[in-house]
Design a protein. Sequence first.
Length: 800
Amino acid sequence: MSDSGGDRRLWLDLARRLGVVFALVAGIALFAWVAHGHYPIQKWLFWRYAGYWAAVLLFVASCTSLGLRLVRLAGLSARLHERVFVAFALGLFAFELSMFVLGLLRLYYWPLFFALPAVFLAAGAKPAVRLGRKVFRRAGQLGAGRRSAVTSALLLLFGVLGIGMIYFLILSPHNVQFDARWKHLALAEDYVASHGVRRFDEGWSFSTRPHITSFVYAWGFLLPRSLLFDRVELCAHLELGVFLMTTVVGIPAMVRRLVPRARPGWVWPARFLFPGTFLYDSSLSVGADHVGAAFGPAIFLVLLRVVDSLGPRACVALGALLSAAALTKESIAMMLIPTPVAAVAVAAAVALWRVRRASPEARLRWLTGPAAATLACLVFTAPLWLKNLIWHHDPFYPVGFRYFQGQPWTSDAAYLYQYGYVEHQFARPVAGLAGVLETLKTLATFSFVNNDYPQFHGKLPVFGSLFTLLLLCLPFLKGTRRIWLLVVWVHLGLFAWYWVHHQDRYLQGLVPLMTAVVAAVVVLVWRTTRLVGKGLTAALLALQVVWGGDVYFIRTHAMAGSAAIKSLDLLEAGYKKQYTERFVFEGDMVALRKALPKSARLLLHENHAHLGVGVPSLTDWLTYQFGISYGTLAGPPEVHALLSSMKVTHIAWQPERSRGWDSLAGDLTFFDFVLNATGERRLVGGHFLVPLREAPPPPRPRSTVLVAACKSPKSGLYELADLTAPSFGPERGRYPAPRTALGPPAQLAELATRAEMLVLEPACAPGFSAQVAGFTLAAKRGAPTGTGNPRPELWVRLRP
């Protein structure tokens, strides 16, 4: 009987468990059926974003896996956080280099999206498995013996809130910054459309500058069966993955080197004490700054090893990380590289002094490491300088034009580079002692003033001031030698930043180093002071948090107005059943892509917005390329020959618009060509689109231009070659006298009959109708910011 009763209880227990399972399954099925009727499950955004996160985890795991193998080869045994982060940074650079090499081999096809991470995972499988076991063991011990559970919980909440706020901003691709759309992502898309790395025949300067982050984004653009929305969002998530590794792993690893036994969980939330991180365009917006910032902590961690031993293998690892910074972005390079190089040089000099009486072999041993680092830098930066040397005959194209015969290079390129690029576009102090003093002053005041475009947030400083303020405590603390090294590094980086081009967003490359200093000082103050010191520290941190609390909500996003609202719109679109419309992104460029054959090569006239066009493209915007200058060409046959040599098949431009960066002659030459010497014109996606004819147009005499202007040029008849005065610099507005001066207003109509082109300011030609005179409006000319140039209308006669 007892056995029978026991069996009955077992069956009853089994029945209850099965009943619970069936009830839950029924509940899930019922809820899914009801929900599906309102919002089809297959349309849920969740699936897309889960896919992005899966790809990010694959990317981070593959970089870390191979990086662990590289760390072992470099002999960099270290603590857990340090080993993981240095491995990730080395693996990230290896991933970028691999994508570059595979691009040279023209292997950009969708299988590469899976193959490259698989190879990386396999290469580092053994050390990755060992590390994984160690991490899981550590995770099981988290929280054991914690005496400050409330503090830990508050800091964790602050950090998670910061991550969540940033993540909400990147949910919509409309929040991608302007520079990412025409540089980083546009280049990635172009490489994928070309199935590999290619030479930009017009000499587009961004393709010749450091841009290795674009190869990470190129991997994202290989995502199979995806929309532009998906590819851009994946790239945004990849940037977030790098940011999270830097914040959660890299910064704690640094702080534990500065302050032994600092708790990682208390340290990483300090990254969000810099409110500028939440504002366009210092926030995550698919650029290169936050990716480049990842190399700063890794360089610091490896540098500490190198200056102690100068071991060749560690020096090679340092050379690789310095090269990674150099290939990411110029601003990253100038802030992160000089100080470590100087530190290695000093360490080598000290070591040589110590062994000055030793044998030559012993002295040579101390030079082996620095020599290995130098050679590593030369090799690992070859994707920049060697590529430029082969393709453009100048390893630093276009910067090295004074020493190399770079190609392409128009006759006016040197002038335009100096006055239209360097002098016009860079925010920097005046040369000389006054500029040096201004820059030195900025080392203390940079966070208290706005260093950004005024239209973003006026004069309001949003960067964050804790780094500067907490330095006041540093002289009164013990055990701060390494912190001072980091402080010097940051200030040398600040000097370079302000001297070259001081916009707040470029400082993101230094923020992890600043965060480590802030966290280290706070930990030391907390350990060495009593209640008053702790209370004042908490008050200072709270003051910064509260002061910057509204930065997140400032509506200054150049592309979206309010980033948060764009994300809300995306989430609301499902409720509105806008299942297809919500994924529309860069609609004008996508429309152009659909109108073009797959074999097309598109020239976009004075338009930075390449993203979405989906075919190889070129730009003719002066000062950003140095191979096309229409004002230096004799006429339509020469324009056709130049564009044909660059394999251009189609041209697109915005109707009736000129940016005013080119000369009057350049603008008129372009519009005369596209209106009179190309194929049928169509309006597509807000652009005129024309095919380039195979046969060149017939030659004709140099065109005559009638100018009816208020000030400059003087009104009258000119030859087109007379109007080549640039829009920038000392030659701006310097035109010769007209060949036939305009007399009484009545003469305007008579002179118009002798002209093929017209430069007209209607306010100074009352009663004259260009249309009646037989001209077609080509463009209304703008003016580059700050030049005050005239804004005339440009008219061209249509030829049969």
